[in-house]
Every structure is written in structure tokens, then in C-alpha cells.
Design a protein around this ligand. Structure first.
Ligand SMILES: *Cc1c(COP(=O)(O)O)cnc(C)c1O
Length: 376
């Protein structure tokens, strides 16, 4: 069987976990957590990164750091994971969904400004498949209207926009290190802070409302309850696993990119014949091969393609059902303007098997089977 996803392992995971055990403290913010945070800071250029228990938790922290009040509005795409939206609902905001662009499946920067009201406080962008949104335009809109920008860069670790790492362009960036992402710790994530002034508040929020982070650095001799917060930090065991992956990040990235380019090369003729559409990466984006998708003609053809592949032991997957059509999406938000692309394009998209060390012969079987489906 050709699996849709296989979590990466590069060799040192067990060794590092053993070291974490030998260090004698398994709770958060030990040496492995620090090394992972340092890696993120060095490789993205963010002044401050904090490891979290999930990408979802990073988003929740970002939403809380935005200081929203009841009725404040957050603009976001409807084509995203529930966690992007949940974070802002938990923080008391109303959701305003804006249409996506069909080429990248990212929020359409041209449709954002029209959705802004007196209540708008935040634009939350999602870099789908690790391909950047049009950040210069979005940051300019935010600046002119005095809005904060949160980047859901859950899929965008090691991706760049005009040379800047995703997650470092907006006020807050959120990474995921979930099992299904390019680099993993099973469940995990990170929040990136553009303004170091937010670091102290973020640390308190992450450490049950206490200043334990300062205490651990030896800056104070006891810690106490300072503000509201939760437990948003991962255990050292998870951080140890992640560090083994980050150590080999270039190797993982290059390997995934090679598979991605091979899909692109082999499927381009099928696109030229008008059978499917494949991704075209905007020139200003350097992506991380998080995903390779194809778009079938419509929902019916997509369903048939996924079944056809499954019957031949190949696992492919569709992606998000637009949030504005979900029960919670209707309750907590509204779609602004026309849904020109969100529903239509999301119902055509199929994600192909893609993971670190995917065997080239398996990739060719996937492609060959797609050609067979289209009788070519
Ligand atoms: C994976 C993902 C999340 C959630 O991250 P978890 O680590 O699974 O909590 C949020 N948003 C997007 C776009 C994602 O792909």
C-alpha cells in the first residue's frame, strides 16, 4: 500500500529522548525545548519563538495576545482547519470569512479590504501547503487600518516569502509540528513573536499565568501567578524528538522538494491536456513541499479519482470542507462577499501521497495510476 503520509524519522530521535530521560526532568522548558526554540530563531530570524503543545495552542496564544473584546471581528479564509477559527472564537471574536484565490488556495488579498468594518481587529492568514499569501499587500492593508496580522504558518515551516520566513512577517506566527507536518514531535507547535515586547506576556500565558520562565532563567527567586494563562508548553520528550528532526531539516526539505518536483514534472502533461490542474508557485514564494495537490474537474470526478486510487492501494485525501458551511462556522461567523472560489475549488482538490523518503518508484505508481484513471 502507498500511504498518504508517513511521519519522518531521521535517526537520532531515540538517542535524544534517552538523553532527555537522563537529564532527569521531563516537564517543559528544559534543554531540548530551548534548543528547538533557538533553532527556530536562527533559521527564521524571529526575535522570539516559544514551543507549544500544538499548532492549535500556538494559534490560541496568538488570539489571546491580540486582546480581543466581544464582538471584535477577525478576517480569515473559510478554506482552513477548524483550529484557525476556534482560536479566535475562544478569544471572544466574530469570524468574517473572505474568499480564496484559486491558484494558491490562500486568502485573496484583493478581497480583504472590502470586509473591514469598524470592529475588525485582526487579519489571520493561512499559508496553504506552505505557499505564502501575498504578504506585502496584506501587511499594507493592516498598517493602513491599524490591524494585527496573525500568520497560520502551521504548514509553512521552512517556507519563505521574498526571502522572509513565513511566521515572521505578521505580528504573530504559528507553526505546527503535528505528526502530519514536515517536521514533527507527534503533537506540537510554536508561536513566533515579531515584537520582543510581547515575550513576557506570552511566557506568562504559556506557563499557567505564572512567571516561571523568568524563574528558570534565574531572573527572580520565586514565581507567582501574574495574569490569566494556561499550559501551552510541550514536554521535553516531545522536544527531544523534534530536535532530531530540526537537526536534519535541510535534508528533509530537499528530499520533499525532490518528490514535489517529480510530481510536477510527471503531471504537467496531464495538465496540458486539460485533465487536471496542478500547483503553480508564485515567483516570490519559496515553498517547503508540504503538499502536492491536483484538482479534478469537479466533486464527482474527485470522488471517483480518490476511490480509483484507493482500490489500487494508494491513499489520497481531499481537504477542508469550507468552515462557513459548517454548523460552527455559521454560528460564529459570516462569509463576506461572493463565494466565488472557496466551495468550488475546495471540492475539486485531492492531496497526493507526500512524505520524507517517499520511494521514487511509489511516486511513479501514483502518477501512472492517475493517468490510467484519465485513460491516458
Ligand atoms: C495542522 C494545522 C493546524 C493545527 O495544528 P496542530 O498542531 O494539529 O494543532 C492549524 N492550521 C493549519 C492550517 C494546519 O495545517
Amino acid at each position: 500500500m502507498i500511504r498518504f503520509h508517513v511521519p519522518p524519522a531521521t535517526g537520532n530521535e531515540l538517542l535524544y529522548i534517552q538523553q532527555a530521560i537522563e537529564n532527569g526532568t521531563l516537564c517543559g522548558d528544559g534543554p531540548f525545548t530551548k534548543k528547538c526554540q533557538q533553532w527556530i530563531e536562527e533559521n527564521t530570524g524571529t526575535p522570539k519563538a516559544l514551543l507549544t503543545g500544538s499548532g492549535t495552542h500556538a494559534l490560541e496564544m496568538a488570539a489571546l495576545l491580540c486582546d480581543l473584546k466581544g464582538g471584535d471581528e477577525v478576517i480569515l479564509p473559510s478554506f482552513t482547519f477548524s483550529s484557525t477559527a476556534n482560536a479566535f472564537v475562544l478569544a471572544g471574536a466574530k469570524l468574517v470569512f473572505v474568499d480564496i484565490r484559486p491558484d494558491t488556495m490562500n486568502i485573496d488579498e484583493k478581497k480583504i479590504e472590502d470586509a473591514i468594518t469598524l470592529k475588525t481587529k485582526v487579519i489571520c492568514v493561512v499559508h496553504y501547503a506552505g505557499v505564502s499569501c501575498e504578504m506585502d499587500v496584506i501587511m499594507d492593508i493592516a498598517k493602513r487600518h491599524g490591524l494585527l496580522v496573525v500568520e497560520d504558518a502551521a504548514q509553512g515551516v521552512m517556507s519563505f516569502y521574498k526571502g522572509r520566513a513565513l511566521g515572521t512577517i505578521g505580528d504573530f506566527g504559528c507553526f505546527s509540528f503535528h505528526d502530519t507536518k514536515n517536521y514533527t514531535m507527534g503533537e506540537g507547535g510554536a508561536i513566533l513573536l515579531k515584537d520582543p515586547k510581547n515575550a513576557e506576556r506570552a511566557e506568562i500565558l504559556r506557563e499557567k499565568g505564572t512567571d516561571r520562565s523568568k524563574f528558570l532563567r534565574g531572573q527572580i527567586d520565586k514565581y507567582s501567578w501574574r495574569a490569566y494563562g494556561s499550559s501551552y508548553l510541550p514536554s521535553e520528550l516531545s522536544a527531544a524528538y523534534l530536535l532530531a528532526q530540526l537537526d536534519e531539516a535541510d535534508k528533509i526539505n530537499e528530499n520533499r522538494l525532490a518528490s514535489w518536483r517529480r510530481y510536477q514534472e510527471l503531471l504537467a502533461p496531464l495538465e496540458e491536456q486539460g485533465k487536471v490542474e496542478i500547483p503553480h508557485i508564485p515567483a516570490e514564494c519559496q515553498h517547503n513541499a508540504h503538499m502536492f495537490w491536483v484538482k479534478a474537474k469537479d466533486l464527482e470526478e474527485r470522488t471517483a479519482l480518490i476511490s480509483y486510487l484507493r482500490e489500487r492501494d494508494i491513499r489520497s485525501q481531499f481537504h477542508y470542507v469550507p468552515l462557513h458551511s459548517a454548523i460552527a462556522g455559521k454560528k460564529y461567523g459570516r462569509f463576506h462577499g461572493e463565494d466565488q472560489w472557496t466551495t468550488r475549488e475546495s471540492s475539486r482538490l485531492v492531496r497526493l501521497p507526500m512524505y520524507y523518503n517517499m520511494r521514487p518508484e511509489d511516486l511513479e505508481v501514483v502518477v501512472k495510476t492517475i493517468y490510467q484513471f484519465y485513460r491516458i
